[in-house]
Ligand binder design. Sequence first.
Ligand code: SAJ
Length: 418
Amino acid sequence: MERTTVAVIGLGYIGLPTAAVLATHGADVIGVDVNDKIVEAVNRGEVPFVEPDLSTSVAGAVKQGRLRAESKTPEADVYIVAVPTPFAEGHAPDLSYIDAATDGLAGQLRGDVLVILESTSPPGTTQHMADRILARRPDLSLDGSLGRPRIHVAHCPERVLPGRIMIELVTNDRIVGGLTRMAAEKAKVVYETFCKGEIMLTDAITAEMAKLVENSYRDVNIAFANELSIISAKLGIDVIELIELANHHPRVNILQPGPGVGGHCIAVDPWFIVSAAPEEARLIRMAREVNDSQPEHVIGRVVAMASRFKEPRIAALGLAFKPDIDDLRESPACLIVERLAQELPGAQIAAVEPNVTSLPRELSRFDNVVLTDFEEGVLAADIVVLLVDHAMFKAADKRRLRLREKVVIDTRGAWRWR
Ligand code: SAJ
């Protein structure tokens, strides 16, 4: 039997793992990326970011000749688009990457080809993509009308958790939404090659919304926890203990408060719903605003404590957007350290992030911020602010770090020792 050729457009956190898993499950995969450095790295069998087990998978697939990367979209049987969907000014979705990927593949299409959009997208984007293809390729159709060859267009949102991508790609259930039923069924066949979870079929707009709703659900729940942390601070209550107790109720499951919500999914996707239904999405918008204001509360607490010291030495623990990853993008911890560096020019800030070897540009421009080893930073500090609950911080010997002698602001409830 002939092997299916799959072109995966966008070799980022989702595209590259998907390309690798398809290649190791029987497809011939060509990864496409506009960044030449990524293309070259993949062709050498290397991975340009940290994700457990991905390196082995990419290296193996490239070595066996099942995976290669190119900068131009080739001819293929299946296209999977996994490019970013950021938001623009005023939180309106920015579809420029999807449009560019669509334009890149439109010229290569022939009859019976399947196009799958995996990028998290505002409702209606899959239809928008098909309309854009057909505007360029009036010789094709979605339904075979006027004897024009059909193309099949579907949406299959990714739902994997960074840090567990290679496991969750295989084990998670997947939603496949087709612009036509046949498109959904054809996409299901592609995912069945590697996905052991249930594959559920629906229409494209419901699949788009399902993904946005999942992340909004989490955002609203985190906002609830963050609001409780502020109320608890006002009332002199330990919010971690409060949530732990409330969660003993069989139908209550409050998430954890923190310094804000980071990453490029949960802090972004709810805005796509707000943008599609601005009048109606009141709670979803409010949750975003609550979570976005959370870093300010942390900054306020640290600045208030810093006023007790002439030249405060602050250890900021963690820069990543969540535990045990090296991803600093849209990280509330980075934002907090940046603002502290501005607001406290007389302070020395030891930024501790065991998962990186250099500071990001927004922090390296400050003389008073230095990337520092964990123990060294904490031992020298007057104030210790825990921003990310990395395993290394949680497991630390608090007595050895002399934490009782310091002002400790634990935004994650990682150190329950008082
Ligand atoms: N956070 C809290 N409190 C919590 C849980 C998380 O403050 O109780 C914060 C984290 O510290 C982080 C942010 O929220 O800053 C997001 O982290 P996360 O682990 O909740 O989620 P992501 O962004 O890494 O991945 C999410 C996942 N979505 C859901 O769990 C519903 C993942 O399954 C999606 O595939 C991913 O978004 C995506 O790509 O959309």
